[in-house]
Design a protein around this ligand. Structure first.
Ligand SMILES: Nc1ncnc2c1ncn2[C@@H]1O[C@H](COP(=O)(O)OP(=O)(O)OP(=O)(O)O)[C@@H](O)[C@H]1O
Length: 755
């Protein structure tokens, strides 16, 4: 193997040389493109300054400016492509590839292929490196030695896999290399997982596992549901899947056509480096709260966490009503209501300008009622809108010739005149024509808010309409809704049905250009919300990832039932369920501890990375709990770069921050925060969703904090954020969730030496 290693190092050296050669070449081209852009830009600025008094000159100059503008845009694009190429080459120079496969196609000679994060050809079009997303590369991730099949655009191909070799190459030097028959051998994975957590998530292309690869390369399903245990690589799989899809359909798909719903803003930033590290642009990202807030402007949308806290105070009856609002049945009743709503029951509203009614709701209702009943809802509403706009044009036209406007025209200053006339000064045949034009411009400006109101459907009151719907279908929840509305608030469970109703009646709100919709932490979404998202992104294929055990705010569900429910909810034709049972994030000891908390935890498989057992620090009261917390935080912060004190809710986080921040460098994280601090972070679990930390400290696992076993999901999720160290403080009697664990799974610390 030593000899082999030398041979491989020689090849790495050769490839690096080729990379450096191409780097030099690309740098030259980049510099040239940059100079060209600068010179065209200079030209453009000069042309834009040319004297434009003569009409002919002006037209010519305009055409020239347009041409120059296009030229600048083209050059900027070329420059950008070259810059990206340079960045890719810089990355490849450090680590050109991570895998090698030797294959033999039937009837062909044996071939050796190397696989890396991007492809590289030499001058003779020989592939020195294959992109990890190329069809042949799937053999590396999927196949054990022997006969293998793989998908290509031309259909299924077969080959014989003779050898599979893994490399770890840093700065052009092979650090580790070995042959394996497994998907990707454990040794290199172990190395990667031993590393400390970082501000940003890393790509995993060198160590993708077979079951993850199946998720990444699925191009057939229109609903792909992934149920994976904590730390099994769901988020990683999403991101590599996006990179794969962008490569696979690069002629038809771009990053703007992909939307990812993420659990919180911290998470959005945490994952933001993965796609750029693979040479791709980031997809669009949004949280459900942001998404609803944008569509319900002016209202305070309840967050998932507030919802959970508020619901604790609800009566059983209210809880029952809310449960119904989350169901697909409720969304069906929204649709039914919309489809059968008589024209006279539409909640139109007066459109006024400075107190004067321009269109009264009665007039709008009359107009709407006059259309044929067999028109679709959308067609009917759009016809109404067009008619109102036409009527408005008439009103504006008439008013533009009124005495009031004529008087205004007479009083125009030169400055006002120039502003209104713009570049149209010489385009009128007569003075009267010019005056008519000016009058119309002034009147249109006065009525701009009305045009705006019509374009934005403000003549229809979706909030009142939803209230009327509730009164009819779920009267028990009307008062609560109306009261909230008075205070400009809306409950989370009302958002999806309200928007669905508004969209159906007004034929708006849909985004047909989105091709792929990804939802992470899907266990926190209701069926009603899923239905609405499918309505909005009607053309999108869905990839939903979650772990029902991490459902903080609802009961867990069997994956098969969930798939069936979702398939019906979004009317999927080709749905697919993938399960991930192996957990990579935490040490074996931490994974074994947290899996023991779950009744069905035995299915979880820990990756074999050894570490210390979790520590339960048993103290007698709150005061000693604080001292223990302080002492542990201090020790952990000295050892690890990322330490998190994770609480059940924000109030606890705030209280602990108040008590600790005088003596320790701690940062309290809030909903609006986007960056993780260095050192110790204090945050509630709903903000820690999807994140990971070297060390996690839980402030209170006593029976007062977790009295019931139905809070299993919360404690499990908190513990599963830990990569290397987990410490749980327990003032007084432990929670039943801890008591039922086998003591061999943790170390108990009774007292602490406090310094
Ligand atoms: N194949 C892999 N190679 C290297 N690291 C991996 C692999 N799969 C997962 N990981 C690592 O395991 C950790 C957990 O991955 P990830 O966050 O994607 O899991 P998850 O299933 O989304 O977790 P959770 O649901 O608990 O938030 C990350 O640090 C990730 O880099």
């Amino acid at each position: 193997m030593e000899n082999e290693r030398q041979l491989e190092q020689n090849r790495v050296d050769q490839v690096v040389k080729e990379i450096q050669k191409q780097q030099k070449q690309t740098e030259k081209e980049y510099k040239k493109a940059h100079e060209e852009t600068s010179s065209v830009e200079k030209n453009y600025v000069q042309n834009a300054k040319v004297n434009t008094t003569e009409v002919d000159d002006r037209m010519e100059t305009n055409a020239e400016i347009q041409q120059q503008k296009q030229l600048v845009a083209k050059n900027v694009q070329t420059e950008q492509i070259l810059k990206e190429q340079l960045e890719t080459l810089q990355d490849l120079e450090k680590s050109p590839y991570f895998g090698r496969i030797d294959i033999q196609d039937p009837g062909d000679e044996q071939e050796t292929l190397y696989i890396g994060t991007a492809s590289l050809n030499d001058d003779h079009q020989n592939f020195l490196i294959y992109d990890w997303r190329a069809p042949i590369s799937s053999v590396y991730y999927n196949g054990t030695l022997g006969h293998v099949e793989y998908e290509t655009p031309a259909g299924q191909q077969q080959t014989d896999l003779l050898k599979k070799r893994q490399f770890k190459i840093n700065n052009g030097q092979i650090k580790n290399m070995f042959d394996t028959n497994e998907t990707v051998g454990d040794e290199i994975l172990q190395d990667v997982l031993d590393e400390h957590s970082d501000e940003y998530m890393k790509n995993i292309v060198a160590t993708i596992q077979k079951e993850q690869n199946d998720i990444i390369r699925d191009t057939k399903s229109d609903l792909l549901l992934v149920q994976g245990v904590a730390g099994s690589g769901k988020t990683s799989a999403i991101l590599q899947r996006i990179a794969f899809l962008l490569y696979h359909s690069r002629d038809t798909l771009n990053a703007d056509q992909i939307v990812l719903f993420s659990p919180n803003l911290l998470f959005s930033r945490y994952i933001s480096d993965v796609l750029p590290s693979l040479g791709e642009k980031n997809m669009r990202q949004v949280t459900l709260h942001e998404f609803f807030s944008r569509r319900l402007q002016g209202l305070n949308v309840e967050s998932l966490f507030e919802h959970y806290e508020n619901e604790n105070n609800f009566s059983t009856e209210q809880k029952k009503l809310n449960k119904y609002k989350r169901s697909i049945k409720f969304m069906q009743s929204v649709k039914n209501y919309a489809n059968h709503l008589p024209a006279t029951d539409f909640h139109f509203t007066d459109i006024t300008l400075n107190g004067e009614i321009i269109f009264s709701k009665e007039e709008i209702t009359r107009l709407y009622s006059s259309f044929a009943g067999n028109m679709t809802l959308g067609h009917r509403f759009n016809t109404l809108k067009k008619k109102l706009l036409k009527k408005l044009d008439k009103i504006v036209g008439k008013r533009s010739t009124s005495k009031e406007i004529q008087d205004m025209l007479e009083d125009l200053s030169d400055e006002q005149y120039n502003e209104i006339i713009g570049d149209k000064e010489d385009s009128f045949a007569s003075y009267d024509e010019e005056q008519a034009y000016l009058g119309l411009q002034i009147t249109q400006k006065q009525y701009a808010v009305i045009y705006d109101a019509l374009y934005n459907d403000f003549f229809f009151d979706g909030y009142e309409q939803y209230g009327a719907f509730l009164k009819q279908v779920l009267p028990g929840s009307f008062n609560e809704y109306a009261q909230n509305l008075e205070y400009h608030r809306i409950e989370l469970d009302d958002c999806a049905p309200l928007l669905y109703l508004r969209d159906l009646l007004t034929d708006s709100g849909q985004s047909h250009s989105i091709e792929h919709l990804f939802i992470d932490e899907m266990q926190d979404y209701t069926f009603a919300q899923m239905r609405y998202l499918k309505h909005v992104f009607a053309a999108a294929k869905l990839t939903l990832l979650g772990d029902s055990e991490q459902a903080l705010y609802s009961e867990s569900q069997r994956p098969e039932d969930l798939l069936q429910g979702l398939t019906d909810t979004v009317h999927a034709q080709r749905s697919n369920l993938k399960l991930l049972n192996k957990s990579y994030r935490s040490t074996k000891q931490i994974t074994n501890f947290m899996k023991a908390m779950l009744p069905e935890g035995n299915d979880i498989e820990a990756f074999n990375r050894p570490g210390d057992r979790p520590v339960i620090c048993q103290v007698s009261d709150e005061k000693s709990a604080l001292s223990a917390l302080y002492s542990h935080l201090k020790k952990s912060a000295a050892k690890y770069s990322s330490v998190a004190l994770i609480t059940k809710n924000m109030t606890e986080s705030q209280q602990l921050y108040e008590r600790l921040h005088h003596n320790l460098n701690v940062t309290l994280l809030e909903e609006k925060d986007r960056t993780l601090p260095e050192g110790i972070a204090i945050l509630p679990i709903y903000l820690a969703k999807g994140l990971e930390f070297d060390s996690v400290i839980v402030n209170n696992v006593s029976e007062t904090e977790y009295p019931k076993t139905n809070e299993r999901g919360i404690l499990y999720t908190i513990c599963s954020r830990a990569m290397h160290e987990l410490i749980l403080i327990c003032p007084g009697k432990p929670s039943p969730l801890i008591k039922e664990l086998d003591p061999a799974l943790y170390t108990t610390e009774q007292t602490l030496s406090l310094k």
